[in-house]
Design a protein around this ligand. Structure first.
Ligand code: BG6
Length: 492
């Protein structure tokens, strides 16, 4: 495995920790070599040590993914033993000549059967040129073993650029060599949507317009843009989150059952979802930008005061929109989507609202307390599934109350510490592309938001900022649902 961007944040925070977790669980191939490539002059030892120190600090701080207080040095040294570092400029053909001979050497010493996975953990402007340079050095030829390329997000900035990038990449690689990553698909709870729908006979008969009123998809984040002002100013919440992460959640929820659980069958059905979606128009969307405010009792600054952000920026940090899927299953069932930075808390859920009972048998008092029926797929945090329904309160009167049945991952399964990239890395080493995006899926997603992207190049009519940090988003978001006689679920 060759990582371009070996000194970058992604390598340090996600890729190498995921490889370490795979090593610990015995899933890293026996014959494996990890080659880091980056432009800064460094060497194997310095690279290895920096990665070890970061892993150790994260573990000691007991942060998120690591429950252990110390790292497993035995597993680490197994991984560390496979590492080597090459410094070289990505624009210099000599880098690829050097890489080629290094790969050949490692191939012989580590018996790699000619297989190589090239991981582009680099800013997106390098994706096209890197593929061309790899092809130029004949590193993408599958004469010995397989050759695959993993491309990170963002895959294009709009429909046109995504098409251009696909063309550029597919001039040198075949589709089955390209693994376009969307890290939301590495989340267990996202993969579990398929298990819930297709491993149970219970849900599928009610998973349609006959029984479902609408669906709400929320990806709320409490964090701001962190140190990514430059990136965010040219990206915004719509491009950053919607055609990729949120649409993946929609696709998993809305897809038809695949004929088999293999990459082509699953990806075909997911692509179909977005083929049936109309382009979103500005009238069906709301944009927002956070002002200063308070989150978790801490004062936070406005978006326009973040480093590398223009003082009059109208880049959106919040999006809400309505999607209509025009197929037999979903016609007339809107999917409402929202995502934003600096919302009250980190909370990702897919909430499915069932239609009301056709007739209310209980008295008018009870009618007031009858609550909506929801099935909530809780993606993160507190991963689980919740079914909300009405029940009779104990006592002589027929009084109702809303109750819930809860399934929580942590009550049922012991989950090994994971950063969310383990499955994805394992799958691309196995050549299983089920959780990766096909060229047409990416383009279909961009097509849906293309009109909105173009409309939002112009400043909003509303004054920005239009929501305070720590609040659930701009007021207009409520109108989007209220005009259909519906309301958002609170962000809890
Ligand atoms: C990234 C976006 O792709 O996903 C970030 O660029 C966002 O802006 C992140 O914060 C969210 O991912 P997760 O896994 O933390 O929910």
């Amino acid at each position: 495995m060759v990582i371009f961007g070996a000194s970058g944040d992604l390598t340090k925070r996600l890729i190498v920790p995921a490889l370490y977790n795979l090593t610990k669980s015995g899933l890293l191939p026996q014959q494996f070599a990890l080659i880091g490539v980056d432009h800064n002059p460094s060497d194997t030892n310095t690279w290895r040590n920096a990665l070890h120190d970061f892993l150790e600090q994260t573990a000691k701080a007991g942060r998120g993914e690591f429950e252990a207080q110390a790292i497993d040095e035995q597993a680490w040294s197994r991984l560390a033993g496979t590492m080597s570092y090459l410094s070289g400029d990505f624009a210099d053909p000599a880098t690829f000549t050097k890489l080629k001979s290094h790969l050949e050497e490692r191939d012989r010493s580590d018996r790699l059967n000619g297989c190589a996975l090239f991981y582009m953990a680099v800013p997106d402007r390098f994706f096209g040129p890197l593929v061309e340079s790899l092809a130029g050095a004949r590193l993408t030829e599958e004469s010995g073993g397989w050759r695959r390329v993993v491309i990170e997000k963002p895959f294009g900035h709009d429909l046109q650029s995504a098409k251009a990038l696909n063309d550029r990449v597919l001039r040198h690689l075949s589709e089955d060599q390209v693994f376009r990553i969307d890290h939301f698909l590495g989340k267990e709870t996202v993969q579990n949507i398929m298990a819930l729908r297709f491993a149970n006979g219970l849900f599928e008969p009610i998973w349609n317009r006959d029984r479902i009123d609408h669906v709400q998809v929320t990806v709320a984040e409490a964090i701001g843009i962190e140190r990514r002002g430059k990136f965010y100013e040219t990206t915004g919440a719509l491009r950053d989150m919607v055609p990729n992460h949120l649409f993946q959640l929609v696709a998993m929820t809305a897809m038809e059952p695949p004929v088999a659980f293999d990459a082509e069958s699953v990806r075909e059905k997911k692509a179909d979802v977005f083929r049936a979606v109309h382009q979103v128009q500005p009238a069906d969307a709301v944009r927002g930008q956070y002002g200063s405010g308070t989150i978790d009792n801490e004062k936070v600054r406005a978006y326009r005061e973040e480093p590398d952000v223009a003082a009059n920026s109208f880049v959106e940090t919040y999006v809400a929109l309505k999607l209509c899927i025009d197929n037999w299953r979903w016609a007339g069932v809107p999917f409402y989507l929202r995502t934003g930075k600096r919302l009250p808390k980190r909370w990702t859920e897919i909430a499915i609202r069932f239609k009301d009972a056709p007739l209310m048998l209980f008295g008018s008092e009870s009618a007031n307390v009858v609550k909506d029926n929801w099935l909530i797929l809780q993606i993160q945090p507190d991963e689980g599934i919740r079914l909300k329904f009405n029940a009779k309160q104990p006592g002589p009167e027929m009084a109702l109350d809303a109750v819930a049945m809860d399934f929580r991952y942590k009550d049922w399964f012991h989950q090994a510490p994971a950063v969310g990239y383990e499955t994805l890395l394992y799958d691309c080493m196995q050549g299983d592309a089920t959780l990766f995006q096909r060229a047409d899926q990416v383009e279909a997603s961009w097509r849906v938001v293309d009109a909105l992207i173009r409309a939002w190049n112009a400043p909003p009519e509303e004054v920005f900022p239009n929501y305070a940090a720590g609040t659930p988003g701009p007021k207009a978001t409520d109108t989007l649902l209220a005009r259909d006689g519906r309301a958002w679920r609170p962000i809890r």
